[in-house]
Every structure is written in C-alpha cells, then in structure tokens.
Design a protein around this ligand. Structure first.
Ligand code: MV4
Length: 467
C-alpha cells in the first residue's frame, strides 16, 4: 500500500501528457551522460518534449548524443571542465533555447547553487527547490528536520564544536560510535570509534578530512550499528501538497559504498514494518514541503528497527526497481511535476508492490582488483525476453572512456516473487556478453546463487566478507 494524502488546489490544467494544452516544456537539456541521459531523453520523447544532449569531447560518439534531438559539446573529458562546469551548461541551454534542465544523478544533481543558477536564468530545474536541496544536503540539518517531523534517528548529536562535547556525547550514546561529516554522503568521511582513547584523535582526523574532502569541517556523532541493512524509501510530491511514499528498496549488496544489487520490495520488512515506514516518510516529506522525487535512506539494525540516515534529492540509479513493481514512470513524473502538474492519479492510488524486481549494476571493472576497465567493447550481446529490462548506453564498438564512473548497464528483472526474480536474473546474466573489457558479470553470476542471497540475509558487509 502506497501512502499518500491529497493536497490543496489543483492547477488550471489537469492535462496528463500535456497534449491538450501543448507540451509541458518545449525543450529539456540533459546535464548528464550515460544510461541516465538516455532514460531522460526517452521520457521527454514520450512527452513530446525536444531534448538537448551536452557532452564532453571524449563523449562525441556517446549514444545520448545520437539519441537527443540536438547536442552541444561543453568541454574536455575531465568532468570539472564539462559535466560539472555550470557556466558551460547554462550557456548550452541558452544557445539551444531549452526551457528546463534535467540533472540526472551524480554530477550537478544535488548542487543547490546550480539549481539556483538555473532559476535565475529562467530555466526550470527538474528537481526539488534549492532550499530543500540545501536542507537535506547537510546531514546535520537533515537529521534535525527529520527528527522534528517524527522520523526515528539513531542516538547521536548535532554539530560537535568541542572535544568535551564529543566526550560527553560518547559517554551518553555508548561505544562504538561513528563520526560523520555533515557535508559528506554516500559513506565518505566516516570514522568508527571503538575505544574511548581514540575518540579525540579520530575527531580531529575526521574534521580535517571533511574540510579537505567536502569543504566543511562540520561533524557529528551517532551510535554505530555493526551489521546494518540498507533500506530506502522512494517519495514523490507535487507543488500542491500531495505526497506519496511509493515503496521501499533494499540496497544492502554494496562494496565501498557503491551499490551492486538493489531490489524491491525489501525482503527484510514485515508488512506491518513496511506500512509504518512508508507512513512516517509520507508525513515527514509533507511536513517539510518537499517537491519532485526523493529518497530517504534508512539503516536497519539487527533487531529490525529502522533509523533515518540521509535524504537524496535526486532520481537514483536504482529508481528502476520501484518502477517495475509499481508500473509507474518516475522520470516522466519528475518532468511533469517540475512543469507544475499535479501528481498523476495513478501515483495517488494506494497499491501494493506487484511482484519483485532486482537490479544488477554491470560495471567495467577488473574482477580481482576492482580497478576500472575502460576500453573498446569488441563484442556485445544484451539479454532480453519476458520480464527483462536493460538500461544502458553501450553498443558494440563503443569505447568506454576512463574519465567517468564505470557503470555500463543496469540489468533489471521483474517476476511474481523474489525467487522467480532471482531465477530470471540468473537466466538474463547467462545471456549477457561483453567482450574487450573486464566486467563484474561473473561476480553477479556467483552472487545470484549464493546461499545468503538466496535466503535474503545479506547485510552491508556481505560483499567484503565474500573475498
Ligand atoms: C552507519 C553505519 C553504521 N552505524 N551509521 C554508509 C553510507 C551512509 N549513508 C551511512 N553509512 C553507514 N552509516 C551508523 N550509525 C554503517 C554505514 C554503512 C553502510 C550503510 C548503508 C549501506 C552500506 C554501508 C556500508 C558500510 C557502512
């Protein structure tokens, strides 16, 4: 059952696809590359919106450039000079006459200054308001806002200003504790403290690493959970107060904070836990006035209690598993919502997830060293068939550049239950052929039959233990 509450006054036009009143936008610029750029271009085409690709000079032959209606080269290979270069992207939007920008994930997707710059230039940023990006971007402020909204968090602190504050807090929370950077995210800049004598040295290290890595020395403490599972909740909200918690995903299979497998629904939750979790998220997101799509990340402890960790204010890589079990197009909805449309009725109907979906991230990496493996794809066969979806930008002859992340493809399967989905994934993995570069396909082939995965009892340390 999805959790939602109807909101206030509907806009003048209730047109869904925009056909009756003209398209939602005339032209959308996609400030990204790879599979997510294709994903957005496809959503735009189905909405009769023209698309503009931007690309670096190493991405001239990339599929998003060929798929889009227009393209602009915005700089050289290094992301700082292209996909992260705000003036180049805004200029490309102005030159091509785009009226909105979709940031995808990564790159500028959670950059509030970029969203603000778009606004100032008369370009609609397809995402939440900059203030909400800023509120959720700081982990201390996000924790505070979610606590005020009734979301459970781990025993912890606000900003730690003095050594004495840290000592007092550790005394109150009990060891082990974890030191986290407020501006960090995705697990970077964390320090686990198991012995009292290590607290102050680790605090100082955490501060300087936070300053160097994220430009802010702000840190806080939290009780450390030894073997957590990662469950996250997809929310969708319009500008009229309607918020729906669409469902949850489990993403415990990861390595060095890079997710490798995601699924929906989460096998760990009981129906009652799930109801409670979604209801809490729905209420909290409504109370802070969040809009567009977002994800609340939770950590599940050994007793099955859930605690809010952080909120992602972008579309995520793994949004696809939620799409498969709900039958709803999240990227299309992002575009509609940014254009000021009301949340589509199919999002508001409470519904249980239909079946089970699993996604495997296929990366270009050395299976032994995990080092990126760029190069030319000399041979390729993509799986297909009933219940199989492949979101990818690769093709035979494509050269994977060394400059960006190593995601080659998302292999997503949908079936009636978890075991059927797992068997379908094994079948799809057996059809997948990538030649010329190294991939993690064999990792996934082994994982899918691992007893712990079969039984659905993998915590976040599972992959590290595999080695
Ligand atoms: C934790 C934790 C244990 N206790 N916080 C890593 C990513 C970031 N979102 C939060 N992370 C963690 N925070 C407390 N208090 C363990 C992790 C963690 C983790 C969390 C989710 C998925 C994978 C993980 C892998 C290692 C550590």
């Amino acid at each position: 059952m999805a959790h939602g509450a109807p909101g206030g006054i509907p806009p003048a036009s209730l047109s869904q696809g925009g056909l009756a009143s003209g398209p939602l936008f005339r032209k959308v610029l996609i400030a990204n590359r790879g599979e997510i750029a294709l994903r957005v271009i496809r959503a735009c085409r189905e909405l009769d919106i023209r698309s503009v690709a931007v690309h670096s000079s190493v991405d001239t032959d990339a599929l998003h450039v060929k798929f889009a209606d227009e393209s602009v080269c915005i700089g050289p290979g290094p992301a700082k000079q292209s996909y992260l270069h705000i003036p180049a992207i805004i200029s490309a939007a102005e030159i091509t006459g785009a009226d909105a920008i979709h940031p995808g994930y990564g790159f500028l997707s959670e950059n509030a200054e970029f969203a603000e710059m778009c606004q100032r230039c008369g370009l609609k940023f397809i995402g939440p308001k900059p203030e909400l990006m800023r509120l959720m971007g700081g982990k201390i402020s996000a924790r505070q806002a979610m606590t005020a909204a009734g979301v459970p968090i781990l025993p912890g602190t606000g900003l730690i200003e003095t050594d004495q504050q840290a000592l007092d807090a550790a005394e109150r929370i009990g060891l082990p504790v974890i030191i986290k950077a407020s501006a960090g995210g995705g697990g970077r800049g964390m320090k686990i403290v198991r012995e009292r004598e290590r607290l102050i040295p680790q605090l100082h290290t955490a501060r300087s690493e936070a300053q160097a890595g994220f430009g802010s020395p702000d840190v806080y403490l939290e009780r450390y959970v030894e073997a957590p599972r990662h469950v996250e909740v997809q929310v969708v909200a319009d500008e009229y107060g309607t918020v729906v918690a669409l469902g949850e995903r489990e993403c415990s299979i990861q390595r060095r904070h890079q997710k490798l497998v995601e699924e929906a629904p989460a096998a760990v939750l009981t129906p009652a836990q799930r109801e409670e979790l979604l209801a809490i998220c729905q209420k909290a997101i409504a109370s802070v006035g969040y809009t567009n799509v977002g994800t609340l990340e939770f950590l599940l402890d050994e007793q099955g209690r859930f605690y809010f960790m952080e909120m992602n204010t972008r579309i995520q890589v793994e949004h696809t598993v939620t799409e498969m079990v709900t039958g709803l197009d999240l990227v299309r909805e992002q575009v509609r919502l940014a254009a000021g449309q009301r949340l589509a009725p199919q999002f508001q109907q409470g519904r249980s997830p239909r079946g089970h979906a699993i996604e495997c991230r296929i990366n270009a990496e050395d299976p032994v060293t995990f080092a990126p493996s760029p190069g030319r794809i000399t041979g390729l066969h993509l799986p297909g068939g009933f219940g199989v979806r492949v979101d990818t930008h690769i093709y035979q002859g494509y050269v994977v550049p060394p400059n960006y992340d190593s995601l080659l493809a998302k292999l997503i399967v949908h079936a009636e239950d978890r075991d059927a989905a797992r068997r379908r994934m094994r079948r799809a993995l057996s059809e997948f052929v990538v030649e010329g570069i190294k991939t993690n396909l064999d990792f996934h082939r082994r994982l899918i039959d691992h007893p712990a995965f079969v039984e659905g009892r993998c915590d976040t340390h599972f992959v590290e233990r595999l080695a």
